[in-house]
Design a protein around this ligand. Structure first.
Ligand SMILES: Cc1cc2nc3c(=O)[nH]c(=O)nc-3n(C[C@H](O)[C@H](O)[C@H](O)COP(=O)(O)O)c2cc1C
Length: 319
């Protein structure tokens, strides 16, 4: 294997750590020659909960950004082709040369093993302005926008999230699909294990995702009064826009971790047309919302790792 292939294989391995909707890891990472192709894996798409593949594309976008981060941290320059198919190539990263490591990418790479989805309430300390500014810059740096909600808008968000939870909770097919991905010890390395799901619903203004099962994660005390909620949005509603939303999510999350914050995605209100309209109103209809995120100061202790599929099931390096 030459240097480029080895670097791409390392980048693909880093991409495996990316966050994904319900930890479906809906990607296949194929290294061939000077290219890494991120492909959507239809067998791990949520057909009932995500029929348009939006959250699958966001997840693949996060994997793409993780891979690009690993390459930039080693100084590789790349060209990225965004295709955003929901049943095949999503993007191709081609190595074009090598220079100095990018310090921002080095910081983000170091944040990858420290990033977790933490569904507990956030500590009472307010989010420092400079940390929030770093997250904002991370999103705008990918060409998207982020709107931090005012306190009165957080109430509107809570209503939208509540509606979304009810809608998904009353659809039998959606409930059955969710049950296939969450709870238990998830020996196969996909889905959300009990250890990542709170043992009781945290007492927060904005309700967390209802997984339909009770986990074993102690929720701890606390609320979300000091949390900052924000909508990530952009100018378009095409598959490529959703892919970019995943890149923005990854950049924001890694910079949040670097800045001492915890980030929790709230995708339910963007998954349902009616609640997505409510979220769109929060950004004054100036764009299309992709996701809501909750930011808070990172708790002193961390939550357990959510497992990943074995590399052989998602990563292929062609000779
Ligand atoms: C597109 C997307 C949407 C997500 N939506 C939610 C959500 O609504 N609620 C939640 O608790 N976690 C959400 N997550 C977090 C995933 O469940 C999490 O990334 C996955 O279980 C892997 O765990 P890890 O992030 O700790 O590695 C989302 C992640 C992505 C990428």
């Amino acid at each position: 294997m030459n240097d480029v292939t080895q670097a791409l294989a390392r980048a693909a391995d880093t991409a495996r750590r990316a966050p994904s909707i319900h930890n479906t890891q809906p990607w296949r990472l194929v290294v061939a020659g000077p290219e890494l192709e991120v492909r959507a894996e239809p067998s791990r798409q949520l057909i009932e909960l995500d029929p348009d593949g939006h959250m699958m594309l966001v997840s693949c976008g996060a994997a793409l950004h993780h891979a690009g981060t690993a390459l930039a941290a080693e100084g590789w320059s790349v060209e990225i082709d965004r295709i955003a198919g929901t049943a095949g190539p999503v993007a191709r990263i081609r190595v074009t040369g090598r220079g100095e490591p990018d310090p921002a990418a080095v910081r983000r790479l170091a944040a990858i093993p420290r990033r977790h989805t933490d569904r507990r309430p956030v500590p009472p300390e307010p989010v420092p302005a400079d940390a929030l500014a770093a997250v904002t810059r991370a999103v705008t740096g990918t060409g998207l926008r982020i709107h931090v909600l005012r306190r009165d808008q957080v109430i509107d968000l809570a209503v939208a999230v509540d509606h979304a939870i009810r809608a998904e909770g009353t659809d039998d097919r959606q409930r059955a699909e969710l049950a296939g991905w969450v709870g238990g010890d998830r020996a196969a390395g996909t889905g959300v294990p009990d250890t990542s799901i709170p043992g009781e619903a945290p007492q927060t203004t904005v309700p967390g995702r209802d997984f339909g099962v009770t986990g074993t994660l102690p929720p701890g005390a606390g609320h979300d009064e000091s949390a900052v909620y924000a909508v990530v949005f952009g100018a378009g509603d095409t598959p490529i826009d959703w892919l970019r939303a995943g890149e923005a999510l990854s950049a924001a999350w890694l910079d949040a971790v670097h800045s001492g914050l915890t980030l929790l995605p709230f995708s339910a209100p963007a998954e349902i047309a009616s609640t997505r309209l409510l979220i769109q109103r929060l950004v004054s209809h100036v764009g299309y919302p992709y996701l809501v995120v909750r930011l808070g100061v990172a708790p002193a202790d961390t939550v357990p790792d959510t497992p990943r599929l074995p590399a052989g099931e998602t990563l292929e390096v062609k000779p």
